[in-house]
Design a binder for this molecule. Sequence first.
Ligand code: P6P
Length: 338
Amino acid sequence: MTIGVTLTKFLLEEQRRFPSSSGNFTSLFSDLVVAAKIISREVNRAGLIDILGATGSRNIQGEEVQKLDDYANTAIIHAMEHGGHLSAMASEEMDTVIKVDAKYPRGNYLLLFDPLDGSSNIDVNVSVGTIFSILRCCKGPNGCDVEEKDFFQPGVKQTCAGYIIYGSSTMLVYTTGNGVHGFTLDPSVGEFLLSHENIRMPERGRIYSINDANSKHWLPGTAEYIKKIKENGRDTTARYVGSLVADFHRNLLKGGIFLYPADKKSAKGKLRLLYEASPLAFIAEQAGGKASTGAGRIMEIEPVELHQRTSLIIGSKLDVEEAEACWKAHGAQREGFV
Ligand code: P6P
């Protein structure tokens, strides 16, 4: 009886497509998978142990840090710091970059991550997720002495992007630019097994996903697009989980559009560019979808801050293009582009 294609086997087969590959990326990714399994275990038993609720502290975003946020952040840092594949990391939960300690070897990659996105949903058992992005930092054989500005790379420079969604099952979805592939964790063997090879996002979807409570703050382009969706006679439906990974993953598989646009309350948008919008944009594009600020491609934004926020409109290609047309009709500026 076969257990299917494991993530490890899939990564090795991907690696063999590049004979000159050192295997460092495969090893780095495998370390991240260990952290994903550990976080999945904790998320799936959160109600049973004293890990629910807030720590009483706030992160750089000013958001209350949930205990599982802290746990996930620490789990990733500890799983990744000793492997010798990274020179530094950046986390939504950490004010500044985390340089790999001198006692460990360094490598040519940078890891950025949101350790547990959607944490406000943790205590009510709604899906949450980890989002990650992998960049290259230097050519040298032993990594490099990284500064914050080395993380300021546009999305097109990503080596890999992915997320883990802790939902009815735990799934890992990633791309390295060769399509989007999904793996489901089989807890009985402790392995991620290939369950969604070469995911393609439907060109148009029925679902639109936006926090309607913000409608009083919407800019004209947003208001016009949402009005158009409601009146276009198509069989559309609204879905909003309030957990980016859950909303994105649903649209990736079923088609649809997620919008968290800049508005009068959040002039730069709410979601973060480097470890939320950029990695999901890479995945969306690789699956045939699009990701835009409304005025331009997310993957082309030149970052200037580590925790920089952005307007995000992401999902099925034709849906995003319709939204962009509304934004541009109202003179949306290509903010964040240099
Ligand atoms: P709002 C969760 O806090 C998050 O960062 C994303 O996961 C989610 O899409 C968004 O914020 C929800 O924000 O303002 O609608 O609650």
